[in-house]
Design a protein around this ligand. Structure first.
Ligand code: 8IG
Length: 272
């Protein structure tokens, strides 16, 4: 018996086989991981053909944060080049939950093993860049990891030069020329940053800060998938406005922007 920690790849293959069995679809082509506040955006994708609890699949722990409901859905979407089968994960495991990185990246590994060649990672995050507005989506151009850890183990010296696919970013910007790009900093959390830490991050070249996405991007890329990252700025990062950060307000800002995010996602999927 393999398990997630002793053999993450074998467990991802088991989970992918279970998805094929549950959905009757041998393959999915695209995966979307929906961050907090992005759930309502999935309405723009139409009706899913299937929905299951994520815990129906091998290797997934139950989520621990309110608003991060653990579900996965299968969609059939009309794309420019025929039907696209999309896997959508609602809710994710975060590094700050203390379960290690295996559960954090299990969803994207499962998706790639289920056939997905493109992985779209969405998140809600803090804006370091003073030009960003709350409710604004930003394409992730690159990242800085501040967690001193990696989902990869062993001599897996993966190149990350084009981690956030330039090809897909250009496609998305053609659909929505108002989109800007930024550098996402991964912070373990669960505490938000201090104002001094945000200042440091700005000097380092960070535009966005959050507690997800980076391990999943690395794990998906290491398995050969193309990655698109989209951040929704739901608060100004610590010290930017002088206001304190509040998880409830952050979730509300996500809900308010869901309409625009939904349209954006639908456009993105049609292009892939
Ligand atoms: I939403 O300001 C959200 N997630 N680290 N900092 C970090 N994560 C976040 C923030 C933020 N806002």
């Amino acid at each position: 018996m393999s398990d997630l920690y002793s053999d993450p790849m074998a467990t991802a293959i088991l989970a992918a086989e279970k998805i094929a069995e549950l959905t009757g679809k041998v393959k999915h082509e695209v995966a979307l991981v929906m961050g907090s506040g992005w759930m309502p955006a999935t309405q723009a994708l139409g009706k899913p053909t299937h929905e299951f609890a994520i815990t129906d699949l091998p290797g997934f722990p139950a989520p621990t944060v309110a608003g991060h409901g653990g579900l996965f859905r299968s969609y059939e979407i009309d794309g420019a080049n025929g039907k696209i089968h999309a896997l959508v994960f609602l809710g994710r495991t975060h590094l700050y939950e203390g379960k290690g990185l295996e559960p954090v990246v299990h969803g994207v590994r499962t998706a790639v093993k289920a056939g997905c060649k493109v992985v779209v990672l969405t998140n809600a995050c803090g804006g370091i860049n003073r030009e960003y507005q709350v409710g604004q989506p930003v394409l992730i151009r690159d990242h800085i990891s501040m967690t001193a850890t990696s989902p990869l183990i062993g001599a897996d010296f993966v190149d990350l030069t084009d981690l956030y696919s330039k090809r897909i970013r250009e496609l998305v910007k053609k659909e929505d020329p108002t989109l800007v790009e930024g550098v996402y900093i991964h912070w373990r959390g669960p505490a938000y940053e201090t104002p001094a830490e945000i200042n440091m991050m700005r000097i380092m070249g960070g535009d966005l800060v959050g507690m997800s996405t980076v391990p999943e991007a690395i794990a998906a890329h290491a398995l050969g998938a193309e990655v698109l990252g989209i951040s929704l700025v739901t608060n100004a990062a610590a010290g930017v406005t002088g206001e304190k950060l509040n998880h409830i307000e952050v979730m509300e800002a996500g809900k308010a922007a869901a309409g625009r995010m939904g349209e954006l996602l639908a456009k993105v999927l049609k292009q892939l």
